[in-house]
Design a protein around this ligand. Structure first.
Ligand code: SAM
Length: 279
């Protein structure tokens, strides 16, 4: 039986589906993920969802400091046992989505790396939050559903392309590490998983005056991806633009006002954002 399996049994732990709990049981996969993250003595690692601590132990052995944020406080006794040899791990029991950038910066400082086997029910919101925030991360190495990794690498105009793809293209260079089958987890998920590392740019190649506005435009465009861009953006309660303002900006860009957001690349979203900032 794997070490994780033994701990689950010893503490009579009940997996909670609602928290996306699929724990890694294969030590060689854990090692490969941590290897690919490049975590070393100079790094602070933010681990989201340590579970029973299979990856936390490996990270703690290599990195200067590990901050592990776990929503399920019933894992506390297990993590206490797993991590008993290490004094460089801080465990915080809360929903990572409830922590502000300020909270996270207090815990990790700037330049941290993220390493996680992410809960699948909330993968995209977590990655979007890390990419849109002001955390100045160095890299993000995550295990996600294979389809989500495909979406992260998808180019503009393809059917997989969405807000996540554009946020990744703006902020980072994605590097696919490996694909992992369901047999490496307990309980087994129904899908294949992929490990992907995002190496974050110090400064994005694409320049934009108001990043927050650009991300809000991208969200509006993909929330209503069947609508034309002027309709999707003017229909968003988060943004205060009229249909005409969006249509005029598109005209200035030499684009037809009937296009949908899904055909724009990140450079065009940046330009649209700058034109709308001026209006
Ligand atoms: N890292 C462990 C491993 O690889 O074996 C567990 C990975 S499991 C896929 C995801 C973990 O994230 C679970 O421990 C789950 O309880 C935790 N989790 C789920 N939602 C969370 C949230 N919103 N904030 C923090 N942790 C969360």
């Amino acid at each position: 039986m794997s070490k994780t399996g033994e701990l689950i049994k010893k503490y009579d732990f009940t997996f909670r589906k609602k928290f996306g709990q699929n724990f890694l049981t294969d030590p060689s996969i854990v090692e490969k993920i941590v290897d690919s993250s490049g975590a070393g003595p100079g790094d602070t690692v933010l681990e989201i969802g340590p579970g029973a601590g299979a990856m936390t132990v490996e990270l703690a052995a290599r990195a200067g400091k590990v901050v592990a944020v776990e929503i399920d406080s019933s894992l506390e006794p297990i993590l206490r046992e797993t991590l008993s040899e290490f004094d460089n791990v801080t465990t915080v029991f809360t929903d990572v989505m409830k922590l502000s950038d300020e909270d996270l910066l207090k815990l990790t400082g700037e330049g941290a790396i993220v390493v996680a086997n992410l809960p699948y029910y909330i993968t995209t919101p977590i990655i979007m939050r890390l990419l849109e925030g002001e955390l100045k991360l160095k890299s993000i190495t995550v295990m996600v559903q294979k389809e989500v990794a495909d979406r992260m690498e998808a180019g503009a105009g393809t059917k997989e392309c969405g807000a996540l793809s554009l946020a990744v293209q703006y902020r980072a260079k994605p590097v696919r590490v490996m694909t992992v089958g369901p047999e490496c987890f307990i309980p087994r998920p129904n899908v294949d998983s992929s490990v992907i590392r995002l190496d974050l740019y110090d400064r994005p190649d694409i320049k934009v005056k108001d990043e927050k506005l650009m991300f809000a435009l991208i969200r509006a465009a993909f929330n209503q991806r069947r609508k034309t861009l002027p309709n999707a953006i003017s229909g968003s309660s988060e943004l205060g633009f009229t249909r005409e303002q969006v249509a005029d900006a598109l005209k200035e860009m030499g684009l037809d006002e009937r296009i949908r957001g899904e055909v724009l690349d990140i450079g065009q979203f940046a330009r649209l954002s700058d034109l709308l900032t001026a209006k």
